[in-house]
Ligand binder design. Structure first.
Ligand SMILES: Cc1cc2nc3c(=O)[nH]c(=O)nc-3n(C[C@H](O)[C@H](O)[C@H](O)COP(=O)(O)OP(=O)(O)OC[C@H]3O[C@@H](n4cnc5c(N)ncnc54)[C@H](O)[C@@H]3O)c2cc1C
Length: 505
């Protein structure tokens, strides 16, 4: 007898006993940014909608919502070429992703977000570009490899607007859309994890949830939209599909257990295929101090042998991927006493926005051990446990390339090189925090879930991180906020299409 290695490989016995049944046109599984958007949009299009969620409230994390050519862009005089954006986003996937999904996103995310921007503004929220961090006014002019478009939008609840304050800006988007969904009559069933999809005569016709009273059958007249997120919290799925994510320092996803891959398992049991792409984990080098590498600045980075081993451009996944595959899973960013001068040259806009107490914050980091400071490179090497001779050699070569104006080893643009010449020197351990793993089910151009043979499974769609084939290998930051951005874009388009029985988005 062959025993299947993984839960998703064998469909269990059917569940036939229900304590209750409910009906809706559209059933959405998961109340994250994609699911709540899909539910709101389907209801707005006239459908009756039930959204089931395993926890007791919607999920909203993060800051940036990446969309292209919105009315906020228009107000700020920003225009992004959707074809160029699609080309570069697709290139990042090394041609694994479905280009047509990306095109839909780059061409239609503006119109979609405009709908919610208007709704938010009518309710007293504000929406602007995240110009201080991820919608930098000068990164869209860098070489293609590093080009970062000004896609990142942040929703906010200004003082006096009466809306509750949140830690994450995406939660303001959620307040707006969740409230609208409730007003439109969407029934949210919380603490009701979906455990099975119902397939009858080849079509997905409903969802079974398990709540405190037992199993409940929810029939979907028009369709089921899976929006249960990626595989961030499933160790088994990470081992199978994304082992690099197991080397991150920590998992920052919340609420923990929200992304266990339930939708993947349920989808497989009704014949779906997994994404055609290698997963693209979102792993940031989180260092919240003013010198934080990745989001802020690029510093020479060395492995435990004192060797330079990667391109350090401040482009988040670039350095974290390299660090996690470095010997011992450790790396150190090194800078010299002129770090403020280097920061100013690398990021003139951000430098001018640094808080007055930036130097004090750095001193606090030295005091608490986040940064290690020593007068000489040899002392620094000793303090961080790398061979002094190797570090000195690496620094000498790096400085030579700085002097020559070209990084012939890794191609870091001159603007982002920072010579290491003047003591005392600082070292900071490079962090790698896992936020999310977008990885879902194989879909077609209309986000219908497909089999291994590329046949859509009637009645079943996937949005958000459940939508496979969009990102591959490494999370692209060409279009910052594209994770929420595509979740919202396809959430709305799919919600409408299912509600209106449209074949295409
Ligand atoms: C700390 C942090 C910061 C981030 N910052 C950003 C950012 O700035 N910009 C950006 O674009 N992205 C960001 N991301 C990533 C982004 O938040 C996600 O990619 C995005 O939320 C995906 O939305 P989703 O709807 O697909 O999934 P989720 O938001 O994960 O929602 C899925 C929902 O489904 C529910 N669910 C799961 N299984 C079941 C089940 N069996 N039955 C019922 N419900 C179920 C979950 O509980 C959850 O509520 C960040 C992520 C984290 C963790």
């Amino acid at each position: 007898m062959t025993v299947a290695a993984h839960i998703w490989q064998t469909e269990p016995e059917p569940i036939t006993e229900f304590y209750a049944e409910e009906n809706a046109d559209v059933v959405v599984v998961g109340a994250g940014s994609s699911g709540v958007t899909a539910a709101q949009s389907a209801a707005e299009a006239g459908a009756s909608v039930i959204c089931v969620e395993k926890f007791s409230r919607p999920t909203a994390h993060g800051t940036d919502i990446g969309s292209i050519n919105t009315l906020v862009h228009e107000r700020e005089g920003v225009h992004i070429d959707p074809l160029e954006a699609a080309r570069l986003e697709y290139a990042w996937s090394q041609q694994q992703a479905n280009y047509h999904l990306i095109r839909t996103y780059t061409e239609r995310s503006g119109e979609v977000l405009n709908h919610y921007i208007r709704m938010a503004e009518a309710r007293g929220y504000t929406v602007k570009l995240n110009s201080e961090l991820t919608a930098r006014a000068d990164w869209d002019k860098l070489d293609e490899k590093y080009r970062m478009f000004r896609t990142a939008h942040i929703f906010d609840a200004p003082e006096g607007s009466g809306h509750p304050k949140e830690r994450w800006h995406a939660a303001y988007y959620m307040q707006v859309v969740y409230t609208s969904a409730q007003e439109l009559g969407v029934r949210f069933l919380f603490d009701s994890p979906a455990v099975r999809l119902v397939k009858e005569d080849g079509r997905v016709t409903g969802v079974i949830v398990k709540d405190a009273r037992g199993h409940k059958l929810i029939r979907a007249g028009k369709g089921v939209i899976l929006a249960s997120g990626g595989i961030t919290d499933s160790v088994e799925m990470k081992e199978c599909f994304c082992p690099i994510a197991l080397r991150a320092d920590k998992n920052e996803n919340f609420p923990r257990g929200g992304n266990n891959g339930d939708g993947h398992v349920m989808g497989k049991w009704v014949g779906a295929a997994f994404s055609r792409c290698y997963p693209a984990p979102i792993i940031h080098p989180v260092n919240l101090s003013p010198l934080g590498q990745g989001m802020n600045t690029s510093w020479l980075t060395v492995d435990r042998n004192g060797r330079r081993f990667c391109n350090e451009t401040a482009y988040e996944p670039i350095v974290t991927n390299a660090r996690m595959n470095a010997p011992g899973n450790v790396a150190w960013a090194i800078c010299d006493a002129d770090y403020m001068e280097h920061f100013r040259r690398q990021e003139p806009l951000k430098f001018s926005a640094l808080p007055d107490n930036a130097e004090e914050e750095i001193e606090a980091c030295v005091a608490d051990g986040t940064y290690i400071r020593r007068d000489t490179l040899a002392e620094l090497a000793d303090a961080i446990g790398v061979p002094a001779g190797a570090l000195e050699k690496t620094v000498a070569r790096y400085n030579e390339m700085w002097d020559a104006g070209e990084d012939v080893d890794f191609g870091v643009p001159k603007r982002f090189l920072s010579p290491v010449k003047k003591g005392p020197f600082l070292a900071c351990r490079l962090s790698a925090w896992l936020l999310n793993i977008p990885y879902g089910l194989h879909v077609d151009d209309d986000s219908r879930v497909c089999t291994e043979e590329d046949e859509p499974i009637p009645g079943l769609w996937a949005v958000g991180n459940m939508q496979g084939d969009f990102f591959a290998n490494s999370y692209p930051v060409t279009l910052p906020g594209s994770s929420h951005g595509r979740s919202i874009c396809f959430g709305r388009l799919v919600g409408q299409a299912v509600a209106l029985n449209r074949e295409h988005l």
